[in-house]
Design a protein around this ligand. Structure first.
Ligand code: TXA
Ligand code: MG
Length: 319
């Protein structure tokens, strides 16, 4: 059976909002990737997200809100978080902040931590949905746990079928990489997950970022194997075999692959980010022995792209 997909028109969004208020699961586009959303104040709705994704219960969820004011009903902003929100919200930045004692959010979103990750998405469909649903929306990326993220409605349908109540189709997502996740320790920012806002942009506001390894802030979602296709991945390829697929980057594609997808023939990291998950899914569906990945520079968005690729290539089941 197919999932119930609707265009992200005003009537589609109204229907999604209704379903969400009733405790349903709704996949919707954000500017980064599709989210698998549910009412963040409902234990049973949040539990349904974990179940549909097959997500380990120790891995907390991002709560999507309209703006800083809405976030403040649930978390306490440190001054640096205010500055970052002023600069990057609405947008692809998630802030991990101490949970307010009187927050109505389900405790499940925090997975046992005393913090909540909050984000105000910029995508017009996500914003209209938040307005119409009138509840904060818990939403992880709309992929099965550990697998490749979804950047189109078709990806969501292929992962979940009728296990979601509705997929709002708003076309391909613009950025293609998840939000940057920032935690705070003694007034300094910790980079919990590189993402669509590059490190250098955050550092302009927050100063040098602390790495999670050097900090007390927990980042339970950073499993070594993640974003993984079923086909094995080989990084930093300098040659390619005839029974391999090639994930190329830049104008000088390696020759001889069984199938090639080029993340960006012009070597543009924004374009590469937008294409990454769709191309991994495309190569994964082609019955190849292995996927070889050409080197991608570690600069700008390259840090987040390489983070995803390293985890996609890690032995599966590794943490
Ligand atoms: O762009 C995005 O962030 C997308 C869209 C849908 O908003 N969402 C997303 O969610 O990527 P998810 O669940 O796939 O990744 C959320 C990340 C995980 O690594 C999780 O462990 C971390 O955020 N996270 C959530 N709450 C946290 C918390 N309280 N403390 C530390 N990390 C947290
Ligand atoms: Mg995810």
């Amino acid at each position: 059976m197919q999932a119930n997909t609707m265009p992200a028109s005003d009537s589609g969004i109204a229907c999604a909002a209704e379903l969400m208020r009733a405790g349903g699961l709704v996949a919707f586009p954000t500017e980064t990737v599709y989210g698998l959303g549910a009412n963040a104040t409902s234990d049973s709705a949040v539990a349904a997200i974990f179940e549909a994704k097959g997500r380990p219960h120790f891995n907390p969820l991002i709560v999507h809100v309209r703006d800083v004011k809405a976030a403040k009903a649930h978390v306490a902003f440190v001054p640096l978080a205010e500055e970052l929100a002023r600069e990057y919200w609405p947008g692809p930045l998630t802030l991990v902040l101490p949970r307010n004692a009187d927050s109505k959010l389900s405790l499940l979103v925090s997975a046992g931590l005393d913090t909540v990750a909050v984000r105000s998405p910029a995508h017009p469909v996500a914003r209209k949905l938040l307005l119409a649903a009138e509840v904060p929306i818990a939403a992880p990326s709309a992929n099965r746990s550990g697998r490749v993220s979804a950047t189109t409605a078709a990806h969501v349908v292929s992962d979940f079928g009728c296990r979601v109540d509705l997929v709002l189709d708003g076309g391909a997502t613009e950025l293609g990489l998840e939000s940057t996740v920032i935690g705070f320790e003694k007034e300094r920012a910790v980079l919990l997950r590189p993402g669509a806002v590059p490190r250098a942009s955050i550092e302009r506001v927050a100063g040098p970022l602390i790495s999670p390894a050097a900090s007390q802030v927990s980042s339970p979602g950073q499993l070594r194997s993640h974003y993984a296709p079923r086909t094995p991945l080989r990084l930093w390829a300098g040659t390619v075999e005839a029974d391999e697929g090639l994930l190329a980057f830049g104008p000088r594609e390696l020759a001889g692959a069984q199938m090639t997808c080029n993340l960006s023939p012009t070597g543009d990291l924004r374009q590469a980010a937008a294409n990454l998950f769709a191309m991994l899914r495309q190569l994964d569906s082609a019955c190849l022995r292995q996927i070889a990945v050409m080197p991608i520079p570690e600069t700008g968005l390259g840090e987040a792209i390489n983070d995803r690729l390293r985890r996609a290539a890690a032995p599966q089941g590794s943490e």
